[in-house]
Design a protein around this ligand. Structure first.
Ligand code: SF4
Ligand code: SF4
Length: 216
């Protein structure tokens, strides 16, 4: 076992443990959106889970650290909080904040993180850019809301994990990146088993089973 000093808590973890998982398992919350337990290759796309490790000059992304030695880790320094607020504002600069009309309201990861960071659900000084397509209804069983999606990739990961083939993928590039659907022929998806695992794991109600919340 390896000893970690996380803030004022001393914990023991197995070699190779993911640092973000180690903190969360021990009840030390670090904001995160794109990590799921057991992910072999976390995408680190949300850039929220910064920590400082003693002896390292710059803050690092905790989900990318595999514990291989004793470490002293700080999770809430002013530098960390500044980085996390900036990451949240970046996400909100491409997000349609409309909580009162959103099924995720009150169970939304963005709301939770904003509350944790004591900051508003606003992009601050950053301009807001929204995609032109408000709802993608091409899938027969799911609706997709590009301007809610934080591109965390959890839906892509869970679909692959449960069915070995993916119904979902990242499509397009840069600002235009969205989640797209594979293989829909004559309105029938080749892979989708209507398990709704993708919608369940989505932190922001960007993927919604058509039957649950018929789109307006
Ligand atoms: S996803 Fe969260 S922050 Fe965005 S509109 Fe819905 S409830 Fe609000
Ligand atoms: S649809 Fe939801 S789970 Fe999938 S990438 Fe977007 S926010 Fe993440």
């Amino acid at each position: 076992m390896i000893t970690l000093q996380i803030d004022d808590k001393k914990v023991e973890v197995a070699p190779g443990t993911n640092l973000l998982e180690a903190c969360l398992d021990k009840g030390i919350y670090i904001p995160n959106l794109c990590h799921l337990d057991g992910m072999e290759h976390p995408p680190a796309s949300c850039r929220l889970c910064f920590v400082e490790i003693e002896g390292t000059d710059h803050p690092v992304i905790a989900c990318k650290i595999s514990v291989d030695r004793e470490m002293a880790v700080q999770t809430g320094t002013p530098r960390i909080r500044r980085l996390q607020k900036t990451a949240l504002r970046l996400l909100l600069s491409v997000h349609d904040v409309d909580c009162k009309n959103c099924p995720a309201n009150r169970k939304c990861a963005l709301q939770d993180i904003a509350r944790f960071l004591s900051t508003a659900l606003k992009s601050g000084h950053l301009d807001v850019f929204l995609k032109k397509v408000r709802i993608d209804r091409n899938h027969p069983r799911l609706d997709y809301y590009p301007n809610r999606c934080v591109l965390c990739g959890k839906c892509v990961y869970i679909c692959q994990k449960q069915h070995q083939r993916r119904e979902l993928t990242f499509a397009k590039r840069g600002f235009e990146t969205v989640i797209g659907f594979f293989d829909i022929q004559d309105g029938t998806p080749a892979v989708c088993r209507t398990c709704h695992a993708c919608a369940e794991v989505c932190p922001v109600a960007a993927l919604i089973p058509k039957t649950e919340y018929p789109a307006p």
